[in-house]
Each structure stands twice: as structure tokens, then as C-alpha cells.
Design a protein around this ligand. Structure first.
Ligand code: HEM
Length: 404
């Protein structure tokens, strides 16, 4: 039975509760349902796979240009709306995506495999040498920082500053009046403007260079669009990769038979990555705004209505996955929607899969035993799933353990 009042936007549900029973009941009884929080704008909550995929694919009806994440007051303008890759619809989106897409060719990816390994291996080795770590902050969070620095061609410290400013911006709902968020936004723009000027003078094979080259090629990109799109990619790498890495580690510890299968070579790391992504998707919801009336899952959606898609629920829909509540590394096919769908399908999906596979491979070869050393702490967020803390104890692999 569904509760009278839904609580999908209550952070406590994600910090200390288990949202899956609620999502399961919604899928069964009302996979498209109006949700009206007491103190915030109302929205449609889509929890079924079929209607969710429709929302993601039908950009002519469900627009991204008014924002893609819930916030308390959905009538307030969304920062960067209509100007950065993720927050535009075609045809503008097609222009921006083509400009950034130059960086994600198969050739660039091949170059990044070595880079990913050189980032991940020392992080795992340091944790093993210390015998313990907070996997969420010491390993998972550091991978995307290094990756983003490489994409942007700047030092890791710069990306840490960018990530801190981005976090201040996205916490604008909680602060008073949003002054700090506005200052952080200006700091970010100033930083990216400097990178832009330096790449204009001296282009390389990094993200901002790709954007200024597209500008020079007549893509009709304004400086503001280029800066916001660059920021879009850097932020897109961060929280998501961190959440998937930490969520995946916890899932493996909670399913020791699956971890054993991976360790012994019975489970294929590439396929395992997709099951981890299905099981612990970093984006908890995506938002669209209906731009014309339509019917969805038996409900009438009016033009202007906010429509949210709840990815972890879609990823366990019984009609698509059968035993969706079972974590099984050999699952195939695995049509999870962790990277979204349609024109906004994650541009970094291949890179994210590569990095996560490298992480699994390095954990398999670089560690002996891994065990929880304390309670994992979940993020109190209905936007990004994942872990604030994951304390672990680790030992070295048997072959490299010192002889006694
Ligand atoms: C596990 C890691 C990741 C996950 C789960 C993830 C998830 C997603 C999702 C769900 C979207 C669609 C958003 C929407 O439809 O509104 C998206 C878009 C995007 N992602 Fe990722 N992402 C990951 C890693 C990355 C990485 C490593 C990069 C860059 C190198 C990246 C770059 C982007 C960009 C640029 C977009 C916007 C694409 C567009 O609007 O056309 N992501 N991502």
C-alpha cells in the first residue's frame, strides 16, 4: 500500500532509510504519480521503466532547458539554463554536444586507459599500505578529481577548488539568500575565463581547447556557453564517478559471493561494472519540464508540469530486469538507465565504464582481504546517491605479503 503522503524529497529517506520499498510500491501501483511536498513545488514522479525511458527520449515533449534537477522552488530560474550542454534542447544542444564530443572519440579513450590506471593504482596501493582508508574520500573522490584535471589540462589543486565552488553553488537551497553561491559562481566563471584565454593563445588536446576550436570553426558558441559547458563536463565527472566507485565497493562487500567471483576471475570486470551501475546509480532523479500536453503511464501531463524520473527505481523494474532486486555480476542483458537515455545520454559513459573497470581490476590484483571497518554513511541527498564515508580495512595480496 502506498502512503498517503510521499516523501521522495525527504533527505532522511536516503541518509538513513531504504527508498526501495517505496519505489517498488510506486512502480506497482502508480508508476507515474503527482508528488506534492509540503514546502516545495510539486512534480510528477515517474518510477516505471517504460514511462521513464519515454521521458528521457522524447525531448520534444520533455525539455531539459528549465533545469534537470529538483529544487525547492521550480519557478525560480535555473543557473545556466538554456546555455550549457545538459540544459539545452536540440538544435542548440546538438551544436554544443558536437563541440565537446571531439574529446570523447575512441582514440582519446585509448589514451585515457593508461591515464586511468596511473590514477587508480597508487590510490589503491596507498590504502593497502596504510591498512585502512575511507574509501569514499581517499579513493573514490580522488579518481574523478584527477580525471577532470587531465580533461581540462590543469593541476589537480585547481580542480579541487572548482569542485568546492560547485558544491557551494549547488547548496544554494540551504543557505540564506544564496549570496555565497553567487560569489562561488563568479569565482568559477573567472577561473574558466582564465583557462579559456590561455587555450586561445595556446590550444592543446583538452576540453576548453576543443570548445575554443569549435568557436573558431564558426560553431556560433558564445564565451558564456563555452565556459558553462566546460563547467558542465567537469562537474559531470565528479560526483557521479565518486558515487559509482564507492557504491560499487559497498555492493561487493555486501555480496561476498560476487566479490569472490570477481577475485577468482569467474566474473568479467566489464560486465560487473554495468551491474554496479544498475545497482547503485549516482543520479537518483532527473528532471524535465513538459512543453506540451501529453499522456504518460495513464496520467495526463499538462504543458509546464515538472516531470522527474527516478533512476534507481527504473533500474529494478521487474518487467525489464525480472530479479532486479538481486545483485548479480553476470547479468546480461543489462539495460539500466544509469547514464540516462536519448539525446542527453551521458557523454562520458565509455570513460566512466573504463575507469570503473580499471578500479575493479586494480582492487582484484592489488588487495588481499577487504572488510568494513565501521558503518558506511550515506549522503542525505535525493539528487546524487552515494556514500559520504566508507571505512575499510585492507590487506596486501597474498603473493606480495611480506614473508614471516
Ligand atoms: C559513473 C559515472 C557517470 C554517471 C552515472 C553519469 C550519468 C549521467 C547521466 C544520467 C546523464 C544524463 C543527464 C540528463 O539526461 O539530464 C549524464 C550526462 C552527461 N555526462 Fe555523465 N555520468 C558519469 C560520468 C561522466 C563522465 C566521466 C563524464 C565526462 C568525462 C560525463 C559527462 C557528461 C556530460 C557532458 C553529460 C551531458 C550530456 C548532454 O547533455 O548531452 N559523465 N551523465
Amino acid at each position: 500500500m502506498l502512503p498517503e503522503t510521499l516523501t521522495l524529497t525527504d533527505p532522511r529517506l536516503y541518509a538513513t532509510g531504504d527508498p526501495h520499498p517505496l519505489w517498488r510500491a510506486l512502480r506497482r501501483e502508480e508508476p507515474v504519480r503527482w508528488h506534492q511536498p509540503a514546502d516545495a513545488s510539486g512534480f510528477w514522479a515517474v518510477t516505471g521503466y517504460e514511462p521513464g525511458l519515454r521521458v528521457l527520449q522524447e525531448w520534444e515533449i520533455f525539455s531539459s532547458a528549465q533545469g534537470t534537477m529538483l529544487r525547492r522552488d521550480l519557478t525560480e530560474p535555473y543557473p545556466g539554463a538554456g546555455k550549457m550542454l545538459a540544459l539545452t534542447d536540440p538544435p542548440r544542444h546538438t551544436v554544443l554536444r558536437r563541440a565537446v564530443g571531439r574529446l570523447f572519440t575512441p582514440r582519446s579513450l585509448a589514451r585515457l586507459e593508461g591515464k586511468a590506471r596511473s590514477i587508480v593504482r597508487p590510490l589503491v596501493a596507498d590504502a593497502v599500505a596504510a591498512g585502512h582508508c575511507d574509501f569514499a574520500t581517499d579513493v573514490a573522490a580522488r579518481i574523478p578529481l584527477a580525471l577532470a584535471a587531465d580533461l581540462l589540462g590543469v593541476p589537480v589543486e585547481d580542480v579541487s577548488k572548482v569542485a568546492a565552488a560547485a558544491a557551494r553553488i549547488s547548496s544554494r537551497d540551504q543557505d540564506d539568500g544564496g549570496l555565497d553561491a553567487r560569489i562561488a559562481h563568479l569565482e568559477l566563471l573567472d577561473y574558466y575565463s582564465q583557462v579559456m584565454e590561455s587555450r586561445r593563445a595556446n590550444p592543446g588536446d583538452d576540453l576548453m581547447s576543443a570548445l575554443v576550436v569549435a568557436q573558431a570553426d564558426g560553431a556560433g558558441l558564445t564565451d558564456e556557453e563555452a565556459i558553462l559547458t566546460c563547467d558542465n563536463v567537469i562537474v559531470a565527472v565528479g560526483d557521479t564517478t565518486r558515487a559509482a566507485a564507492a557504491g560499487g565497493m559497498l555492493a561487493l562487500l555486501e555480496h561476498p559471493d560476487q566479490w569472490a567471483a570477481l577475485k577468482s576471475g569467474l566474473a568479467d570486470p566489464a560486465r560487473a561494472v554495468d551491474e554496479i551501475l544498475r545497482w547503485a546509480p549516482p543520479a537518483t532523479h532527473l528532471l524535465r519540464t513538459a512543453v506540451r500536453d501529453t499522456d504518460l503511464g495513464g496520467q495526463h501531463i499538462a504543458a509546464g508540469d515538472p516531470v522527474t524520473v527516478w533512476i534507481p527505481s527504473l533500474n529494478r523494474d521487474e518487467s525489464v530486469f525480472g530479479d532486479g532486486d538481486v545483485f548479480r555480476l553476470d547479468r546480461t542483458p543489462n539495460r539500466h538507465l544509469t547514464f540516462g537515455g536519448g539525446v542527453h545520454f551521458c557523454l562520458g559513459a565509455a570513460l566512466a565504464r573504463l575507469v570503473l573497470r580499471v578500479l575493479l581490476e586494480e582492487l582484484v590484483t592489488g588487495t588481499g582481504d577487504i572488510a568494513l571497518a565501521g558503518e558506511p554513511r550515506r549522503l542525505a541527498s535525493y539528487t546524487v546517491g552515494g556514500l559520504a564515508a566508507l571505512p575499510l580495512r585492507l590487506t596486501a595480496p597474498a603473493a606480495s605479503a611480506p614473508a614471516t
